[in-house]
Design a protein around this ligand. Structure first.
Ligand SMILES: Nc1ncnc2c1ncn2[C@@H]1O[C@H](COP(=O)(O)OP(=O)(O)O)[C@@H](O)[C@H]1O
Ligand SMILES: O=P(O)(O)OC[C@H]1O[C@](O)(COP(=O)(O)O)[C@@H](O)[C@@H]1O
Length: 336
């Protein structure tokens, strides 16, 4: 009997449970055995697992987090780690390993392949949406929704106080969350890797100050800056201090942080996770190996793991341009 193992790894993402559920259901449909390892790759290193059946995945679809737990496992980056993980898979006579995670987790799969003959399949699970080969990753839609609702609330108090707010959103090194959330909330400024050079923030700071000053001269609204994490040297507090020192602009800082990773998955994530999970098991049946299952447009597709990791997936250029155009228009209009 074919035996499939699965685990969730790296930053958890809402919808991982829906993917686990789909994989387990599909395994039962194909009459495959399915076991889940706990705590990311640590579960393979520590041989920590449980058999998964319908009964284990009932009533989990609607919850964030992951019933298999997740973790970062530095030992996998040591040459001994993947070897030990391979031994565990061999001991349990696993035919295929499905990992739901981000680019780091897929690097772990590639490292494992050097020591293991079984099939490895990745499912894109990260709020950052930074994997090529799938329009969206599992968790991204929920994170964008959560951050959008949070900024809508910030907007109320910002309006009441006619205040400048700096709101930091997650995304590690990619601006998908920043641009989607910034556009969805009508942020007056979006500062992200795509439009701001962290090595030379002076031009952006000058521009930002002039935008805020123009706005403050012409009305008394709030001004929301959506800032991507890891972008501004010194973070949002440094930006706040620079606005105050260089232009006497008072601002409030709100770091949305891990609330973006939690909560009930949005329907888009539940559906994506379900489709990708079912397709991952089909890919095992087709003997596919070293692939990620993604969805582009309405098409499910298998892409090479290394492509998913290494190919660029830039933020939609039209959105970056749209934001710039709107702001430029605003500045011209108010400077006349
Ligand atoms: N180069 C690598 N070689 C082997 N394993 C890796 C490598 N990079 C990451 N991993 C494994 O994948 C885990 C998750 O990676 P990480 O980058 O933290 O999250 P994500 O998968 O969400 O991008 C790491 O903790 C480690 O166990
Ligand atoms: O919870 P941690 O370990 O501090 O990690 C924070 C990072 O994880 C994320 O939430 C998700 O990133 P990954 O999916 O690549 O793990 C990033 O947006 C953020 O930078």
């Amino acid at each position: 009997m074919t035996k499939i193992a699965l685990l969730t790894s790296g930053g958890d993402a809402p919808g991982m449970n829906a993917a686990i559920r789909a994989i387990v259901h599909s395994c039962q449909h194909h009459q495959y055995e399915c076991i889940g390892f706990f705590h990311g790759y640590n579960g393979l290193l520590n041989d920590e697992w449980q058999a998964l059946t319908h009964a284990d995945v009932g009533n989990i679809l609607q919850f964030g987090g992951t019933i298999l737990k997740s973790a970062r496992c530095p030992a996998m980056c040591d040459p001994k780690g993947p070897k030990q993980a391979a031994n565990t898979l061999r001991k349990h006579q696993i035919d295929a390993l499905i990992v739901i995670g981000g680019d780091g987790s897929f690097r772990g799969l590639e490292a494992l392949k050097a020591h293991w003959e079984g099939q490895v399949i990745g499912l894109p699970g990260t709020i950052d949406n930074d994997l090529a080969g799938s329009d969206n990753t599992i968790g991204f839609a929920t994170a964008v929704t959560t951050a959008t609702h949070a900024i809508d609330k910030i907007r109320d108090t910002a309006n009441a106080f006619e205040r400048v707010f700096i709101v930091e959103v997650m995304g590690r090194h990619s601006g998908h969350i920043a641009f989607n959330v910034g556009l969805a909330t009508g942020a007056e400024a979006i500062l992200s890797f795509e439009n701001c050079d962290p090595a030379d923030t002076a031009p952006q700071l000058a521009r930002l100050i002039s935008q805020i000053q123009v706005q403050q001269q012409h009305n008394h609204d709030s001004f929301v800056i959506v800032l991507a994490e890891n972008l501004w040297p010194g973070g949002p507090q440094a930006l706040k201090a620079q606005l105050a020192e260089q232009a006497g602009i008072d601002s409030a800082v709100c770091v949305l942080g891990h609330i973006q990773r939690g909560g009930s998955p949005a329907p888009e994530d539940r559906l994506l996770a379900t489709e990708l999970g079912l397709e991952a098991v089909n890919a095992v049946s087709r003997n596919q190996d070293r692939i990620m299952i993604g969805k582009q447009g309405s098409t499910l597709q298998a892409v090479p793991l290394n492509g998913a990791i290494n190919d660029a997936k830039p933020v939609n250029g039209r959105w970056v341009a749209a934001h710039e155009d709107v702001l430029t228009e605003y500045l011209i209009k108010h400077s006349e």
